[in-house]
Design a protein around this ligand. Structure first.
Ligand SMILES: [Zn+2]
Length: 285
């Protein structure tokens, strides 16, 4: 009897030790933005640790990573880029020096990029629009790319990842149909936004995005009337503003136009809710 108890205790101890090890051994993937973290979590569940470079409210176009973030990349097995964000190239270069085994995956591979909404630091107007994630169609492509990458990183659990992806894909398909039917009557209509972060959303649903800022900055006084007139002529009833591109001018113009101001946060982990809020605001105004 005592012997049996000792055996049981030994087995229990072994289970505890092996569980402890498996927690320690969980591998880390670094992503750039929270919507990516949300999508990746849907696919990998708890099988990987996910570290994210940008926190809520960080501006992806003017971002300097912290030491903690750089250390996380050095401890990661892979970095999942979102693509077309300037800081990613710099980070990948630095991280490779200390972590030469780091695998890099471009998760926006295959997404048809929109050009002509963003200015380069040199003032050129042909930059790729980096806000790829404000689109359900793009999210499906991004998630597909993520699935392929995690299967490569952990082939033993490929079936599980594929099942998770398929479930998430149905979720995304129904989100897309919901938004489509909500906006069916709004084809061709315009909405205002301070910074052009909803270009892909507009393309998906046949809407027109009118951005108020001027060449990525505040509007100079001599252009103000022109921008306000353009906004008025667009017939839009809603103006989206975003914390990371905050501007006092947006509020003043919104008041002058008498449009509804709606705060959005497409950089949030609650990515689905954000897209639904955007669709609701357009459908109801
Ligand atoms: Zn932008």
């Amino acid at each position: 009897m005592i012997l049996a108890l000792i055996c049981l205790a030994a087995i229990a101890a072994m289970i505890l030790i092996s569980c402890g090890n498996s927690v320690q051994e969980k591998r880390m993937i670094t992503v750039s933005i929270l919507p990516q973290k949300f999508m990746l979590k849907k696919i990998v569940g708890d099988r990987f640790e996910i570290s994210c470079m940008l926190n809520e409210g960080n501006n992806p176009e003017a971002y300097e990573p912290s030491m903690t973030h750089l250390m996380n990349i050095e401890h990661s097995v892979a970095y999942f880029c979102i693509g077309y964000i300037g800081f990613e190239d710099a980070i990948v270069g630095k991280a490779h020096v200390n972590n030469p085994d780091l695998k890099i995956f471009n998760t926006s591979k295959g997404v048809e990029v929109i050009r002509g909404t963003h200015f380069s630091p040199e003032g050129e107007h042909n930059e790729a629009d980096p806000h790829l994630w404000t689109s359900v169609a793009n999210a499906i492509k991004i998630s597909q790319n993520m699935l392929a990458a995690v299967v490569e990183l952990d082939p033993d659990n490929a079936d599980e990842y594929t099942r998770n992806f398929n479930a998430f894909k149905s979720e995304l398909d129904s989100l897309d149909s919901r938004i489509k039917s909500q906006l069916a009557g709004k084809q061709g209509s315009a909405f205002l936004v301070w910074h052009p972060s909803l270009s892909y959303f507009a393309r998906d649903y046949g809407l027109r995005q009118v951005s108020l800022e001027y060449e990525g900055k505040e509007i100079p006084i001599d252009k103000l009337k022109q921008n306000i007139d353009a906004a008025r002529e667009s017939g839009a009833h809603v103006l989206f503003v975003q914390r990371e591109f905050d501007s006092r001018q947006a509020e003043t113009i919104g008041e002058e136009l008498g449009v509804k101001m709606v705060k959005i946060n497409p950089m949030s982990y609650n990515w689905e809710t954000e897209l639904e809020n955007i669709a609701n605001a357009i459908a109801n105004n």
